[in-house]
Ligand binder design. Sequence first.
Ligand SMILES: [Zn+2]
Ligand SMILES: [Zn+2]
Length: 433
Amino acid sequence: MSRAMYAVIVILMLAAGNAPAQDLALQVDQQVTELQGQILSWRHDIHEHRELSNRETRTAALVAEHLRDLGMEVRTGVAHTGVVAILRGGKPGPVTALRAEMDALPVTEAVDVPFKSTATTEYLGKKVGVMHACGHDAHTAIVMDVAEVLSGFRDDLPGTVKFIFQPAEEGPPPGKEGGAILMLKEQVFESPKPDAIFALHVISGVHAGKITYRPGPLMASADWFYITVKGAQTHGAWPWRGIDPVITSAQIISGLQNIVARQIDVSKQPAVVTVATINGGSRKNIIPDIVEMSGTIRTFDEEMRADIHRRVEHITKTIAAANNAEAEVTIEEATAVTIDDAALTEQLLPTLRRVAGASNVSVQQRVMVAEDFSYFQQQVPGLFYFVGITPSDQDPAEAEPNHSPGFYVDETGIMLGARSLAALVIDVLQAGK
Ligand SMILES: [Zn+2]
Ligand SMILES: [Zn+2]
């Protein structure tokens, strides 16, 4: 919808008696649009000064200073570097939360933008480039801006808004805690507890100007598994004098593929079991005594997730036993299924359509990667949606995906992100739920 048409509709609504509600939504929308220069300059600054998970100190300081300048109650150091601020509106109403992530990735940027990140840092003992290759710089800038605009309408806001700037969405360093789980442990949802939570994610492969959403399971759970197969070492020419963990591992890999291919109901929800690494042996004529493997499990259903975990362990151990080998299986749960609340999504779909234009809002296919926003959604109803950032003249299939060195953000998508998030807050507060 054009801005002119939107204005006409609002005028008609004013005449129909929806005056104050629609007036506030329109004013907020205009204000967000007017602050475009500021959102983009924040994004460029954060992009250039990108920081890895659990190290987002500069970004957090920038965010906290801004929120304090707006006169909000600000808590810092949540889950290491997280920032949480509360905006209390002048009128009674529900509590709504917005989440933005602040961390970047160990990726060397290949896109030539003026605010490109060029410095290197150390990650897991290696020197790496660091880049906002998932667009979290855009998310932080968007929510900083929404905070500013909404605080300008504080007296008219019917309710409270909690702004959550989260560290380590990409996962804390090995062996460390972080992200949404640690924020929840540190009471991010206490005093006050939100009634609903919202977040968006910029996504490559969807044109700028478009929004995609999906009620119910949207993004997969992600778990890691580690398998050690123990045999008995022998000469490669005398296999009968030992126990071969290599051939046992080959059978285990095939067996694990049968979980998805033959054992679970894939007409209910899809799933993936991937063996991604396999290591064993030192020489062409020695059968080793150990082979180690690791991989990942993805599901869209918590019951199916638990079922697959049991099957991975059962198949691995049974095949090992059939070969007189032994197997150890460790499964680490990493991220839950991201499930958009169906009622909340239905309630707010008209808002997304109003802001983006109905033809620009469509249902998203399930996404096999994971999001730790899922843990917030386990506590309160949440809506997580995607905002396209691929230039409209580019073939979406050609766009480099999130996490790649060529990940590129068309900034018109950022502005739709900010407008839609601000509109969701206004509409959910005005609806009183
Ligand atoms: Zn990511
Ligand atoms: Zn991300």
